[in-house]
Write a protein that binds this ligand. Sequence first.
Ligand code: BTN
Length: 259
Amino acid sequence: MTSNEIKAGLNTKILGKEVIFYTETTSTNDIALDLASKGADEGTLVVADSQTMGRGRGDRKWFAPAGTSILASLILRPSIELSQINKIVAITAISIVYAIRDMTNLPALVKWPNDVVINNKKVAGILAEAKTEKNSVSYVVVGFGINVNVPKASFPEEIVDIAISLSIESGYEISRIHLLQEILRQIESRYLKLDDDSFLDEWKSLSATIGRQVQIEYADSIKTGIALDIDENGALIINLNTGDTQRIMNDDIVRVKIK
Ligand code: BTN
Protein backbone atom coordinates (compact mmCIF):
# COMPACT_ATOMS: atom_id res chain seq x y z
CA MET A 1 0.00 0.00 0.00
CA THR A 2 1.29 3.53 -0.79
CA SER A 3 -0.24 6.99 -0.34
CA ASN A 4 -0.46 7.42 -4.12
CA GLU A 5 -2.39 4.17 -4.50
CA ILE A 6 -4.82 5.32 -1.81
CA LYS A 7 -5.29 8.71 -3.49
CA ALA A 8 -5.63 7.34 -7.04
CA GLY A 9 -9.26 7.52 -8.20
CA LEU A 10 -10.50 8.49 -4.75
CA ASN A 11 -12.64 11.40 -6.01
CA THR A 12 -13.37 12.93 -2.61
CA LYS A 13 -13.48 16.68 -1.93
CA ILE A 14 -11.76 16.76 1.46
CA LEU A 15 -11.00 13.35 2.91
CA GLY A 16 -7.69 11.83 1.86
CA LYS A 17 -6.47 14.86 -0.10
CA GLU A 18 -3.36 14.42 2.04
CA VAL A 19 -2.36 10.84 2.85
CA ILE A 20 0.61 9.97 5.04
CA PHE A 21 1.56 6.30 4.91
CA TYR A 22 3.91 4.41 7.23
CA THR A 23 5.10 0.85 6.85
CA GLU A 24 5.35 0.88 10.63
CA THR A 25 4.50 3.53 13.19
CA THR A 26 3.54 3.82 16.86
CA SER A 27 -0.18 4.59 16.51
CA THR A 28 -1.83 6.37 13.59
CA ASN A 29 -4.05 8.18 16.12
CA ASP A 30 -0.99 9.53 17.95
CA ILE A 31 0.59 10.72 14.70
CA ALA A 32 -2.67 12.33 13.53
CA LEU A 33 -3.24 14.04 16.91
CA ASP A 34 0.24 15.52 16.70
CA LEU A 35 -0.28 16.68 13.09
CA ALA A 36 -3.69 18.17 13.97
CA SER A 37 -2.19 20.12 16.88
CA LYS A 38 0.30 21.60 14.39
CA GLY A 39 -2.47 22.74 12.05
CA ALA A 40 -2.76 19.88 9.53
CA ASP A 41 -5.60 20.28 7.05
CA GLU A 42 -8.99 18.74 7.61
CA GLY A 43 -9.19 15.44 5.76
CA THR A 44 -5.56 14.50 6.32
CA LEU A 45 -5.34 10.71 6.59
CA VAL A 46 -2.62 8.77 8.40
CA VAL A 47 -2.36 5.10 7.41
CA ALA A 48 -0.01 2.34 8.56
CA ASP A 49 0.73 -1.25 7.62
CA SER A 50 1.59 -1.95 11.26
CA GLN A 51 1.58 -0.23 14.65
CA THR A 52 3.83 -0.83 17.63
CA MET A 53 1.43 0.91 20.03
CA GLY A 54 -2.00 0.58 18.39
CA ARG A 55 -4.63 1.65 20.90
CA GLY A 56 -8.25 0.72 21.44
CA ARG A 57 -10.78 2.23 23.82
CA GLY A 58 -10.15 1.98 27.52
CA ASP A 59 -6.38 1.60 27.14
CA ARG A 60 -6.74 -1.74 25.39
CA LYS A 61 -4.17 -2.64 22.73
CA TRP A 62 -5.26 -2.95 19.09
CA PHE A 63 -4.03 -6.20 17.58
CA ALA A 64 -3.12 -6.26 13.86
CA PRO A 65 -0.43 -8.36 12.14
CA ALA A 66 1.57 -6.28 9.63
CA GLY A 67 -0.03 -5.84 6.20
CA THR A 68 -3.33 -7.54 7.04
CA SER A 69 -5.54 -4.69 8.25
CA ILE A 70 -6.71 -1.16 7.65
CA LEU A 71 -5.12 1.01 10.34
CA ALA A 72 -6.07 4.61 9.63
CA SER A 73 -6.77 7.93 11.35
CA LEU A 74 -8.58 10.92 9.85
CA ILE A 75 -8.26 14.52 10.98
CA LEU A 76 -11.62 16.34 11.02
CA ARG A 77 -12.46 19.87 12.09
CA PRO A 78 -16.25 19.77 12.51
CA SER A 79 -18.31 22.66 13.92
CA ILE A 80 -19.83 20.65 16.73
CA GLU A 81 -19.94 20.59 20.51
CA LEU A 82 -18.16 17.91 22.48
CA SER A 83 -21.51 16.28 23.32
CA GLN A 84 -21.99 15.61 19.58
CA ILE A 85 -18.79 13.67 19.07
CA ASN A 86 -20.85 10.49 18.94
CA LYS A 87 -22.04 11.69 15.53
CA ILE A 88 -18.52 11.33 14.16
CA VAL A 89 -18.20 7.83 15.57
CA ALA A 90 -21.64 6.94 14.19
CA ILE A 91 -21.01 8.14 10.62
CA THR A 92 -17.68 6.32 10.62
CA ALA A 93 -19.26 3.06 11.82
CA ILE A 94 -22.14 3.32 9.33
CA SER A 95 -19.69 4.02 6.50
CA ILE A 96 -17.50 1.05 7.39
CA VAL A 97 -20.59 -1.20 7.50
CA TYR A 98 -21.84 -0.07 4.08
CA ALA A 99 -18.38 -0.30 2.51
CA ILE A 100 -17.97 -3.87 3.83
CA ARG A 101 -21.45 -4.83 2.58
CA ASP A 102 -20.73 -3.31 -0.84
CA MET A 103 -17.47 -5.17 -1.26
CA THR A 104 -18.27 -8.50 0.34
CA ASN A 105 -22.02 -8.91 0.90
CA LEU A 106 -21.22 -9.89 4.48
CA PRO A 107 -23.94 -8.96 7.01
CA ALA A 108 -21.95 -6.28 8.87
CA LEU A 109 -23.75 -4.36 11.64
CA VAL A 110 -22.89 -1.65 14.16
CA LYS A 111 -22.55 -2.77 17.75
CA TRP A 112 -23.19 0.31 19.87
CA PRO A 113 -21.26 2.49 20.29
CA ASN A 114 -18.26 1.94 18.07
CA ASP A 115 -17.73 -1.62 16.93
CA VAL A 116 -18.53 -3.20 13.60
CA VAL A 117 -19.52 -6.84 13.93
CA ILE A 118 -20.32 -9.74 11.63
CA ASN A 119 -22.37 -12.54 13.17
CA ASN A 120 -21.66 -10.99 16.58
CA LYS A 121 -17.88 -11.05 16.16
CA LYS A 122 -15.85 -7.84 16.02
CA VAL A 123 -14.35 -6.96 12.65
CA ALA A 124 -13.60 -3.27 13.23
CA GLY A 125 -13.24 -0.73 16.03
CA ILE A 126 -13.26 3.06 16.10
CA LEU A 127 -11.36 5.37 18.42
CA ALA A 128 -12.33 9.05 18.22
CA GLU A 129 -10.22 11.51 20.19
CA ALA A 130 -11.00 15.22 20.30
CA LYS A 131 -9.31 18.44 21.29
CA THR A 132 -11.82 20.89 22.70
CA GLU A 133 -11.86 24.56 23.53
CA LYS A 134 -14.52 25.54 26.04
CA ASN A 135 -17.28 23.20 24.91
CA SER A 136 -16.65 23.11 21.20
CA VAL A 137 -14.45 20.77 19.23
CA SER A 138 -11.25 22.17 17.64
CA TYR A 139 -10.44 18.92 15.92
CA VAL A 140 -11.24 15.22 16.07
CA VAL A 141 -9.02 12.34 15.13
CA VAL A 142 -11.14 9.38 14.16
CA GLY A 143 -9.08 6.21 14.03
CA PHE A 144 -10.36 2.91 12.71
CA GLY A 145 -8.89 -0.53 12.70
CA ILE A 146 -10.41 -3.15 10.38
CA ASN A 147 -9.47 -6.83 10.34
CA VAL A 148 -9.36 -7.28 6.57
CA ASN A 149 -7.09 -10.22 5.70
CA VAL A 150 -6.12 -11.41 9.19
CA PRO A 151 -5.76 -15.23 9.20
CA LYS A 152 -7.66 -17.03 11.96
CA ALA A 153 -4.49 -18.66 13.30
CA SER A 154 -2.89 -15.32 14.05
CA PHE A 155 -5.58 -14.00 16.43
CA PRO A 156 -4.34 -14.18 20.04
CA GLU A 157 -6.15 -16.69 22.24
CA GLU A 158 -7.96 -14.02 24.27
CA ILE A 159 -9.76 -12.62 21.21
CA VAL A 160 -10.00 -15.58 18.83
CA ASP A 161 -13.60 -16.31 19.86
CA ILE A 162 -14.81 -12.71 19.70
CA ALA A 163 -12.93 -11.32 16.67
CA ILE A 164 -13.20 -12.06 12.97
CA SER A 165 -11.68 -10.82 9.72
CA LEU A 166 -13.31 -10.21 6.35
CA SER A 167 -11.15 -12.86 4.68
CA ILE A 168 -12.10 -15.50 7.26
CA GLU A 169 -15.82 -14.75 6.83
CA SER A 170 -15.80 -14.40 3.05
CA GLY A 171 -13.20 -17.02 2.16
CA TYR A 172 -11.24 -14.65 -0.06
CA GLU A 173 -8.76 -11.77 0.33
CA ILE A 174 -10.12 -8.22 0.09
CA SER A 175 -8.28 -5.21 -1.36
CA ARG A 176 -7.44 -2.95 1.58
CA ILE A 177 -6.98 0.01 -0.77
CA HIS A 178 -10.41 -0.32 -2.40
CA LEU A 179 -12.12 -0.83 0.92
CA LEU A 180 -10.37 2.18 2.45
CA GLN A 181 -11.28 4.36 -0.55
CA GLU A 182 -14.94 3.32 -0.33
CA ILE A 183 -14.97 4.07 3.42
CA LEU A 184 -13.55 7.56 2.80
CA ARG A 185 -16.20 8.29 0.15
CA GLN A 186 -18.95 7.07 2.46
CA ILE A 187 -17.70 9.05 5.47
CA GLU A 188 -17.37 12.21 3.38
CA SER A 189 -20.91 12.07 2.03
CA ARG A 190 -22.30 11.80 5.59
CA TYR A 191 -19.82 14.31 7.04
CA LEU A 192 -20.92 16.97 4.56
CA LYS A 193 -24.49 16.73 5.88
CA LEU A 194 -23.73 16.18 9.53
CA ASP A 195 -26.25 18.86 10.55
CA ASP A 196 -29.34 17.09 9.29
CA ASP A 197 -29.18 14.04 11.60
CA SER A 198 -30.12 11.72 8.71
CA PHE A 199 -27.42 9.33 9.93
CA LEU A 200 -29.54 8.48 12.99
CA ASP A 201 -32.03 6.32 11.08
CA GLU A 202 -29.18 4.56 9.29
CA TRP A 203 -27.42 3.95 12.60
CA LYS A 204 -30.57 2.42 14.10
CA SER A 205 -31.35 0.30 11.07
CA LEU A 206 -27.81 -1.13 11.07
CA SER A 207 -27.75 -1.72 14.83
CA ALA A 208 -26.76 -5.13 16.17
CA THR A 209 -27.72 -3.88 19.64
CA ILE A 210 -31.29 -2.54 19.48
CA GLY A 211 -33.81 -5.16 20.51
CA ARG A 212 -31.18 -7.37 22.10
CA GLN A 213 -30.56 -8.43 25.68
CA VAL A 214 -27.44 -6.57 26.82
CA GLN A 215 -25.08 -6.51 29.77
CA ILE A 216 -23.62 -3.11 30.64
CA GLU A 217 -20.31 -3.22 32.44
CA TYR A 218 -19.40 -0.20 34.54
CA ALA A 219 -16.06 0.09 36.35
CA ASP A 220 -17.62 -1.30 39.53
CA SER A 221 -20.98 -2.88 38.62
CA ILE A 222 -22.96 -4.70 35.96
CA LYS A 223 -26.54 -4.10 34.80
CA THR A 224 -28.65 -6.07 32.35
CA GLY A 225 -31.64 -5.22 30.23
CA ILE A 226 -32.98 -4.88 26.70
CA ALA A 227 -31.62 -2.18 24.38
CA LEU A 228 -34.61 -0.18 23.13
CA ASP A 229 -33.32 2.71 21.06
CA ILE A 230 -30.55 5.19 20.28
CA ASP A 231 -31.48 8.84 20.95
CA GLU A 232 -30.52 11.94 18.95
CA ASN A 233 -27.35 12.40 21.04
CA GLY A 234 -26.21 8.86 20.36
CA ALA A 235 -27.11 7.54 23.81
CA LEU A 236 -28.33 3.94 24.10
CA ILE A 237 -31.70 3.61 25.87
CA ILE A 238 -32.05 0.43 27.90
CA ASN A 239 -35.00 -1.12 29.66
CA LEU A 240 -33.27 -2.60 32.69
CA ASN A 241 -34.35 -5.90 34.17
CA THR A 242 -35.25 -3.92 37.33
CA GLY A 243 -37.94 -2.14 35.28
CA ASP A 244 -36.09 1.21 35.18
CA THR A 245 -35.05 2.89 31.96
CA GLN A 246 -31.39 3.82 31.65
CA ARG A 247 -29.71 6.12 29.12
CA ILE A 248 -26.01 5.36 28.62
CA MET A 249 -23.33 7.33 26.83
CA ASN A 250 -20.14 6.03 25.29
CA ASP A 251 -17.85 7.21 28.07
CA ASP A 252 -20.08 6.10 30.99
CA ILE A 253 -19.29 2.46 30.51
CA VAL A 254 -16.50 -0.04 30.15
CA ARG A 255 -18.25 -2.42 27.76
CA VAL A 256 -21.64 -3.50 26.42
CA LYS A 257 -22.06 -7.22 25.83
CA ILE A 258 -24.85 -8.56 23.64
CA LYS A 259 -26.20 -11.70 25.30
C1 BTN B 1 -11.64 -0.13 19.78
O1 BTN B 1 -12.35 -1.00 19.25
O2 BTN B 1 -11.44 -0.14 21.00
C2 BTN B 1 -11.04 0.96 18.92
C3 BTN B 1 -9.90 0.43 18.10
C4 BTN B 1 -9.26 1.48 17.23
C5 BTN B 1 -8.01 0.97 16.56
C6 BTN B 1 -7.48 1.92 15.53
S1 BTN B 1 -6.21 1.22 14.54
C7 BTN B 1 -5.86 2.78 13.84
C8 BTN B 1 -5.96 3.80 14.97
N1 BTN B 1 -4.70 3.91 15.67
C9 BTN B 1 -4.77 3.45 16.93
O3 BTN B 1 -3.83 3.41 17.74
N2 BTN B 1 -6.02 3.04 17.19
C10 BTN B 1 -6.90 3.22 16.05
